[in-house]
Design a protein around this ligand. Structure first.
Ligand code: SF4
Length: 669
C-alpha cells in the first residue's frame, strides 16, 4: 500500500529495509540506573515493529559537551559494554541503529560550556567560554573517538548533531560565531568545523559505517544561514563522505513552533525538497510526519529519500509493520502534544507517551493474559475508560463499556474541535478500532444507575465517569450571558463578539483559541505566513514578517492567580499558545478579582482598579469537580469499585494521567 515508504534504500555498503528512520529522542533512560536494559527493550520493540534505522538520543563526545551535568557521554572503552546491550537487542530484531553524537555548546546547562564565541544563549543561564584552537581540534578528535567507540559497541553508524542550535550549528552561523580566526568569518571558515568533524569520523571508522549529518536547513533565527550556505555545507559534507543528511528545522531558541500539534503535517518538507535539487546523498525529511499516508506522499513526490519520525514511534512501535500489513487504521497516532515525551525530558523525567503509556516502560508495564478472567463494567468512555477497557479486554477479561453520550471519547471530543488540536480525531479513530478488535461490548447513549450495574453480574466496576465543570461563586453567575465551556464546545451555543473567559488553565486557553482562530482546514502556506516563515528563503534563517489577520472577536482571558497567564501550560507548548493569543490580540489579565456579572458585562478589579468588560458572554473555565455519583451505592452493596481518570482527580483535565491510570489498573486487575 505504501510502495515508496516500504522500498529498501541501498547505501552501497549496506541496505536499509525501508524508508523510515526513527529520529533521535532523549528518553531519560540514558542516565537512569539500569536504564540501558530498559533502553534496549524500548529500541528492540521499535526494530521489531519494522523501522529501518534508529537514531539514539544525543550522547556527548566529551564532558563539556554534555547537555546537563549528569548527561550521557561516550568517550571511554569501559562505556562500550552497556551500549552493546542496545545494539544487540536491535540487531536481534533485524533493525539497525546509529548513535547520535551531540555537543551542546552554549545550550549546555552547566558552567563548563564552550562555544565558538562567548555569547550566552537566551535559553541557558550559563555564559559559554570561547573555544581555543586547541579545544576545537580536541573536540573534532572527540567526535571521531566517540564514533570509533560506537562502532566497537556494535552501532551501524553515528548521527552528527549539526542542527537545532547546538555547538556545530553555532559554528555555522554568524549569529553565534564571531571568531576572526580560521573557524569564523567567511563561509568557508564557518563550515570548517562540521566538515572537519565528518572528515575525521570517516577517516577513523572506515568506509562501511553510516554517518548521518543532521543539518539545520532552516534556522528560524536572526543571523541564521542563507539557503546557499546550507547548500554549500551539504556539498562540503558530501565531499568528505557523509552517508545521509537529515533535516533540522529551527534552533531551540527560535520562537516559531516546529513540531507542536498546531504545526500542519509535513509543514517543512519543502525545505528538504529544495536541498534535494542540489545534493546527491540521500536526504531525510522530518517534522510533523505522523501517518503512513503523509510519509508516502512526501516520498512519492520525491521531496526526500527517507522520513524521520521519533514521537510517532513512541506512540506506536508497530507503525511500519501495521502500514505494511494494510492495518494503517490500527496505528496509534502521535498527536504531537509533547505532554509525556518532550515535556518530561525538559523536566528531567523519563519520557513516555500520552497515547501509549508503555513507551519507555516496556520492561515494567505489561499486559499478559490473565489467569482469572473477570466480568468487568467500565462506566465512562473517555480517555481513562477507553484505555482501561482495551487493555483489560486484551488481557482476557470480559469488558462492558458504558457511556451516556452517543459517542466514545469524553473530553477528547471537545479537544478535537480546538483549531490546531485536530489530531485528537486520530486517537478516537484508534480507540474505536481497538475496541472492536479486542471485543469490548460497547453500550452508548445509556445512562447507568447503581441498580442496573449491580444487576449486571459484574465482578468489579470501574468508574471513569469524568468531571463536571465547577461554577465559581461570582454574583450574577446565573446571568444568561454566562456559559460553561461545555455549552460552547459540546452544545455549540452561539457566542457574541466580545467575550471574557474566566480561568486561564489549559481549557481556558483552548476556549480562547477556539473563539479567535479560524476554523476549518488551514493551508500549510497560510500557517507558514502567519508564523513569518519565508518559503522563498530570501532572508537569513528563513524569517520574514508574520502576516496575521486579526480576528473580529474581542476576547479577554482572565485568571485570579497573580502569576503570568499560561504559566502552568506545558513547557514546550505553553509559549506557543501565549504567542497565538497575543497575535490574535487576546487580552490576558492575571490577578483578577471578579466582582459581578450583569447586563453591562463583567465587572472586575485588577491591581485595585475597577473596570467593566463590556462583554456579550462570559465563558467559565474555572476548573472541574469529579463526578462519582454511583460510587456510594455500589460500595454500599459491597461491589469492588475502582475510580480512574477525572472522576479520581479532576484538578486539570489530564488525559496523560487518565490513560496511564487506566492502563496501570488494567495491568493488575
Ligand atoms: Fe506524541 Fe504526545 Fe505521545 Fe509525545 S506524548 S509521542 S507528542 S502523542
Amino acid at each position: 500500500r505504501y510502495p515508496a515508504l516500504l522500498t529498501p534504500l541501498d547505501l552501497g555498503f549496506t541496505q536499509l529495509r525501508n524508508r523510515v528512520l526513527m529520529g533521535s529522542m532523549h528518553t531519560g533512560l540514558e542516565e537512569e540506573k539500569g536504564g540501558f536494559d530498559k533502553l534496549a527493550a524500548f529500541y528492540a520493540e521499535r526494530a521489531r515493529g519494522g523501522v529501518a534505522l534508529i537514531v539514539t538520543g544525543g550522547i556527548a563526545p566529551n564532558l563539556r559537551g554534555r547537555l546537563v551535568p549528569h548527561g550521557s557521554q561516550l568517550s571511554f572503552p569501559w562505556q562500550v559494554a552497556k551500549h552493546r546491550k542496545v545494539t544487540e537487542a536491535v540487531h536481534a530484531e533485524g533493525g539497525k541503529i546509529a548513535l547520535q553524537i551531540l555537543h551542546a555548546g552554549r545550550y549546555a546547562y552547566h558552567p563548563f560550556s564552550l562555544a565558538p564565541s562567548a555569547i550566552k544563549a537566551p535559553i541557558s543561564p550559563f555564559k559559554p567560554r570561547a573555544m581555543s584552537e586547541r579545544q576545537i581540534l580536541a573536540t573534532i578528535r572527540d567526535f571521531a573517538r566517540t564514533s570509533e567507540l560506537a562502532r566497537r559497541a556494535g552501532y551501524d553508524g553515528v548521527e552528527v548533531m549539526g542542527s537545532e542550535g547546538y555547538l556545530i550549528n553555532q559554528f555555522i552561523c554568524e549569529r553565534t560565531n564571531h571568531r576572526t580566526d580560521r573557524w569564523g568569518g567567511s563561509l568557508e571558515n564557518r563550515l570548517r568545523f562540521p566538515v572537519e568533524i565528518v572528515r575525521a569520523i570517516r577517516e577513523r571508522v572506515g568506509k562501511d559505517f553510516i554517518i548521518i549529518f543532521r543539518l539545520s536547513m532552516l534556522d528560524l533565527v536572526e543571523q541564521g544561514s542563507f539557503l546557499e550556505e546550507v547548500i554549500a555545507l551539504g556539498k562540503g559534507l558530501e565531499e568528505v563522505g557523509v552517508t545521509l543528511i537529515n533535516t533540522g528545522i529551527g534552533w531551540h531558541e527560535a520562537r516559531i513552533p516546529t513540531i507542536a500539534t498546531s504545526v500542519p503535517r509535513g509543514a517543512f518538507t519543502w525545505v528538504t525538497a529544495e536541498l534535494k535539487k542540489h545534493l546527491k546523498v540521500p536526504l531525510i525529511t522530518t517534522n510533523r510526519i505522523n501517518t503512513p499516508e503523509v510519509a508516502e506522499q512526501i516520498l512519492a513526490a520525491g521531496e526526500a529519500d527517507m522520513v524521520s519520525m521519533a514521537r510517532p514511534l513512541l506512540a506506536d512501535p508497530e507503525f511500519v509493520l501495521k502500514a505494511s500489513e494494510a492495518r494503517g487504521d490500527e496505528i496509534n497516532t502521535c498527536i504531537a502534544c509533547n505532554q509525556a515525551c518532550l515535556d518530561h525530558v525538559f523536566k528531567q523525567k523519563r519520557a513516555s507517551c500520552l497515547v501509549n503509556p508503555r513507551a519507555c516502560f516496556e520492561t515494567e508495564l505489561n499486559f499478559g493474559r490473565t489467569p482469572q478472567p473477570k466480568k468487568l463494567a467500565v462506566v465512562g468512555a473517555g480517555p481513562a475508560g477507553l484505555a482501561f477497557a482495551c487493555y483489560a479486554a486484551e488481557r482476557g477479561h470480559r469488558v462492558s463499556l458504558f457511556d451516556q453520550a452517543g459517542e466514545i471519547g469524553g473530553q477528547f471530543n471537545f479537544a478535537k474541535q480546538i483549531p490546531g488540536k485536530e489530531e485528537f480525531h486520530e486517537t478516537l479513530r484508534y480507540f474505536a478500532k481497538r475496541l472492536e478488535r479486542c471485543g469490548v461490548e460497547l453500550y452508548l447513549g445509556q445512562r447507568q444507575s447503581a441498580e442496573s450495574l449491580l444487576g449486571g453480574g459484574f465482578d468489579e466496576i470501574i468508574l471513569a465517569t469524568g468531571i463536571r465543570p465547577r461554577t465559581p461563586a461570582i454574583p450574577g453567575i446565573e446571568h444568561p450571558k454566562v456559559l460553561s465551556y461545555l455549552e460552547v464546545l459540546r452544545d455549540h451555543k452561539p457566542v457574541g463578539q466580545k467575550v471574557a473567559v474566566i480561568g486561564a488553565g489549559g481549557i481556558g486557553f483552548d476556549v480562547a483559541e477556539y473563539l479567535v482562530e479560524s476554523h476549518g482546514e488551514r493551508s500549510k502556506a497560510q500557517w507558514l505566513k502567519e508564523w513569518g516563515i519565508d518559503t522563498r528563503f530570501e532572508q537569513r534563517g528563513g524569517l520574514m514578517q508574520p502576516v496575521v489577520v486579526a480576528p473580529e472577536r474581542q476576547v479577554w482571558l482572565l485568571q485570579r492567580k497573580e502569576s503570568k497567564v499560561g504559566d502552568g501550560l506545558g513547557k514546550t507548548t505553553g509559549w506557543i499558545h501565549r504567542a497565538v493569543l497575543k497575535s490574535r490580540r487576546v487580552e490576558m489579565l492575571s490577578g483578577v478579582q471578579y466582582r459581578r456579572i450583569d447586563d453591562e458585562g463583567l465587572h472586575i478589579e485588577v491591581g485595585g482598579v475597577a473596570q467593566c468588560l463590556p462583554v456579550d458572554h462570559v465563558i467559565v473555565c474555572a476548573g472541574q469537580e469529579p463526578l462519582r455519583e454511583l460510587e456510594a451505592d455500589l460500595r454500599a452493596a459491597g461491589k469492588p469499585v475502582h475510580i480512574i481518570g477525572g472522576a479520581d482527580v479532576a484538578a486539570e483535565l489530564d488525559a496523560k494521567r487518565a490513560i496511564r491510570q487506566g492502563a496501570e489498573l488494567a495491568a493488575i486487575i
